[in-house]
Write a protein that binds this ligand. Sequence first.
Ligand code: F0G
Length: 470
Amino acid sequence: MSTDLQKTLPPYRIKVVESIPLLSREERQRALAEAGYNPFNLRADQITIDLLSDSGTGATSAAQEAGAALGDESYAGARSWFRFHDEVRDLTGYPHILPVHQGRAGERILLSSLLEPGQICLSNTHFDTTHANVALVGAEPRDLPCPEAADLDSAYPFKGNLDLDAVQRTLAGPDGGRVGLVLMTITNNGLGAQPVSMANLEAASALCRRHGVPFFLDGARFAENAWLVGQREPGYGDWTPRQIAARAFQLADGCVVSLKKDGLSAIGGFIGLRDEELHAVCEANLIATEGFSTYGGLAGHDLERLAQGLREVVEPRYLQARAAATARMARSINKAGVDTVQPPGIHALYLNAGRLLSHLPPHQFPGHALGCQLYLDGAIRCAELGSLYLGGMDDQHRLVAPAPFELVRLAIPRRVYTDTHLGYVAEVLAGIAKHPERVRGYRIVSAPRLLRHFKVRLEPVPDPGPASER
Ligand code: F0G
């Protein structure tokens, strides 16, 4: 066997499996219609391949489950807490670690303790819950992605970067005094799973230090970012993913991390802090709203799974196999004539639905239409990242400001699907790409005012409509 093939071989075998349903076309059609053509409303047992999220959907290892059996459920000072704490502290170097049940709980606690109403939070891109938690404080979330991110097709290796010039201009301009935080999302989930380079992190960190602004990481996919840095950034080829991740944490004043991704567990998260005063404020908030500071809403068995998961996630062989599987899937999809945001990241592929379904105008939601077609043709579930999710609408649910791109995210759960499953997804997409014009658009029937995409109900548009409307 060639060493290359060996390198990309998943470094585990499967021990426990779960059956997945196969539905007839009629069943899929009925299920989607009953769900109001919104895949979020489907039952998970109506789905064959679920690519809605990579969050909390991964498989745990035998070592994690063995640890879980030893979970110490003491209310305070549990053995499992110390195992988790030491693992996180070794990895991040932060003197203060607070456990939380998931990322957004950490965001709420950190951002409400750190930001004041009227302040600005700058980011390469805020994840949607982060955006919401900044706004809930009365502060303004402002995304400043690097200009290279706007070209979906280029091979630029670090499209997740922050636009440092724009940050510099903001800090030096009239709004400079209002910037309360710079938050870097690694990898950039809102923008094609693209990584952030160490050079960009270093420059952002130095800039923040010069201006006295706190610099934090949203490290939900810290290990995957580290892997891509090792592969793509000159000077890091000899570093282990763990060393690169540790360096990234070192550059920041603190972090908030959802461990439902790179914690290789169904639940969990933490806040890491250097500042003692901020820690005291966050800790009081944590105890009042999440749980005592040695469990933060997590069970002892969760803390054990997380401590072990944090070791496994930085193993080079695991990261290499996962990155290779995503890249192979991207190649199959591209070969079938469907463009994805380039270069492929690790946790998800982002399909350019606007280009594939160019006969559908944004107000007929091409990304959503492609997602529905993947369900109708293959019982595959995924998430739209286009005008339905991000567009501006009036009171009648009419699209008034389309999103910049009409994308569909295929998120890949960790250690769950084999190449055969991912190949099946590529095959179903290839079938759609043969006759994209048969895919109908959608219109909104009803939608809540907030967090529209979760509960919106739609119906297919019978005809794409005259060209003059597009
Ligand atoms: N930050 C990023 C970059 C995320 O992707 C997520 C969640 C969070 C924070 C919030 O963490 O879910 O543990 O509360 N992303 C999931 C996704 C939901 O599907 O991308 P959480």
